[in-house]
Design a protein around this ligand. Sequence first.
Ligand SMILES: [Mn+2]
Length: 398
Amino acid sequence: MSKKNGKNASSGNYEPRPEHKFSFGLWTLGNRGRDPFGDAVRPTFPPNDIVHVLGEIGAWGVNLHDNDLVPIDATPKERDKIVRDFRAACNESGVVVPMATVSLFFHPVFRDGAFTANDPEVRAYALQKTMRAMDLGAELGARIFVLWGGREGVETDACRPRADEAVKRLREAVNYLCQYNMAQKYGYRFALEAKPNEPRGDIYMATTGHYLGFIPTLDHPEMVGVNPEFAHETMAGLNFMHGVAQAWEAGKLFHIDLNDQYPGRYDQDLRFGSANPKSAFWLVKFLEDVAYDGPRHFDAHAYRTENCEGVTDFARGCMRTYLILKEKADRWNADREIQTILKEVSAASPSVPKNGRYSPTGAQTLLSHVFNKDAMMQKRLPYELLDQLTVDVLLGVR
Ligand SMILES: [Mn+2]
């Protein structure tokens, strides 16, 4: 990394700055390398120490689940002291808390889901826990509240009379939380995070697109958007950037989770850009082209083989790769050959009837037009060249 090696790559300065809005969850640097088959390999990384490291390496924000900071059974007095000390650590380190979330997946009580669980008592507890997590986030200054329903799913569809009941329960819960948000004047924007499976066999609201269909059915759709995650959509075999683009176009990109993932594997949460740099490039280019101004949140963790020093390498690497790809995006946009090809492939010949907004006369003109398909086929679409130019930019020879 740049600081360690004493120099940057000759082509740019990849030092993260607050305006880049890079944030990390406490659970990301704090990940101890536990997996379904093996125990922790790294010691506990206390939240206040994580914040200091984030400040040192140039991150802008830290995000948290309620129980990343406050143990689930803490007394109000213990809670208040923990929060006070954490706020002090954030202030000292110049790190803000842009987003808060709630763990509705770790405690065994959520084994059948939280907002969609069959037991009404579990659903009520999930609401109470979320309201308290909203209180905590608001106290720390968060204005985005992420909801990831990690346990909102099934191993067998026999467990619900009908699957649409889960959708209704989820709607009821989100509507309730929107009301609480207004009553408390917290000013949160909720960001719903999709995942197709793991830890449940199948999770409801499997993709960002599912949530984009769900949100307009809420009582306060303006208050609710999405938090697409690179790994989650890639697990589903989808083009992540396309999902992000649709969310953006719908005005619903309230937050984003950046990491990496090989398709067809379990949830890997790899360092951003480490598995598929080309997909990461298209994503960074999209976010920068549209001037997305929300947090660039890394929801990933270091390899299980790493020690504490490696956790810092991992975090620096996420930000560095983002900034390198941002520079590549500028280069791509400024490349005259690439831009000329783009212009040519979308240019219209003068004889083409205009088909913008529908009008009866316009429709008549379009219906009577004779298209010369052979001539249309003469137009070259040099996408091989376009992609190779992209690869040249990415591999640093252009
Ligand atoms: Mn995530």
